[in-house]
Design a protein around this ligand. Structure first.
Ligand code: NDP
Length: 244
């Protein structure tokens, strides 16, 4: 049985990724924080894709909750060959504001949910990936973490941080056939971009449209596959030509 953990798997990109991994034969652990109904819907879609999964509710920004949830899962799956071989660190939030006006909590919450979560979730999974000599760590960054975006100093810092962490961890684990990559999407049509002026923004995108979650999921699927074993420490943009 092959297991994949997708943080923020209940909606948006995480849901599309969960379905893609299910199609590839993974049992998917769907993490989420609030929206149980959406997580249940993802689980249903995973089953329709011919696989199975489970829901695991925890706040990725709360290190204690993360540890309890992951250690609990590992204790319940103690067979030698049962381990999480793919983790997609996808859960994220944005709290945009000009830095001069940004409340301190919006800085810390965004760093915590989008960056500190990477350490909390991934660290307990590395040993087993190395032991089994196969693992895939895929981190959802953003174009904002590469180019920097006004109104997003908190989000750009978190996403830039995860890109740097991706490169560093990749070097630590490559010998054991564990790859670590980041994906940097541009504008993707999910709840996260609700309220943005799509008509105006798409004029800035050479492809003249927002991307679909399934397009990001296809890239995750490739990076998770054995065929991508020689790609590590990279950041792959998927943005319709917005920034190259
Ligand atoms: P959505 O807002 O559509 O979904 C966010 C998901 O993350 C939900 O499943 C939500 O769970 C979960 N989540 C949020 N906070 C937490 C938390 N503290 N603990 C656990 N789960 C949490 O986001 P997208 O699908 O658009 O974004 C997914 C990732 O892609 C994010 O990291 C985002 O920064 C990144 N990204 C998105 C872009 C876009 O244009 N959409 C562009 C570039 C990057 P629940 O349903 O329970 O609320």
């Amino acid at each position: 049985m092959k297991y994949a953990l997708v943080t923020g798997g209940s909606r948006g990109i995480g849901r599309a990724v969960s379905i893609k991994l299910a199609q590839m034969g993974y049992r998917v652990i769907i993490n989420y924080v609030n929206n149980t109904a959406a997580a249940e819907e993802t689980l249903q879609l995973i089953r329709e894709a011919g696989s199975d999964g489970e829901m695991l509710k925890f706040d990725v920004g709360n290190a204690e909750q993360v540890r309890e949830a992951i250690e609990g899962w590992q204790a319940a799956h103690a067979d030698a060959d049962e381990y999480i071989e793919v983790v997609v660190n996808n859960a994220g939030i944005r709290r945009d504001n000009l830095m001069a006006l940004m409340p301190g909590e919006d800085w810390f919450n965004v760093i915590n949910t989008n960056l500190n979560s990477f350490f909390a979730v991934t660290q307990p999974l590395i040993a087993q990936m190395q032991f089994h000599k196969f693992g895939r760590i895929i981190n959802m960054a953003s174009v904002s973490g590469i180019m920097g975006m006004q109104g997003q100093t908190n989000y750009s810092a978190a996403k830039g941080g995860i890109i740097a962490a991706t490169k560093a961890l990749a070097k630590e684990v490559a010998r054991k056939n564990v790859t670590v990559n980041a994906i940097a999407p541009g504008f993707i049509k999910t709840d996260m971009v609700e309220g943005l002026d799509e008509k105006e923004l798409k004029k800035t995108i050479p492809a003249n449209r927002f991307g679909q979650p399934e397009e990001v999921a296809a890239l995750v699927g490739f990076l998770a596959s054995p065929e991508a074993g020689y790609i590590t420490g990279n950041v792959i943009s998927i943005n319709g030509g917005l920034y190259t």
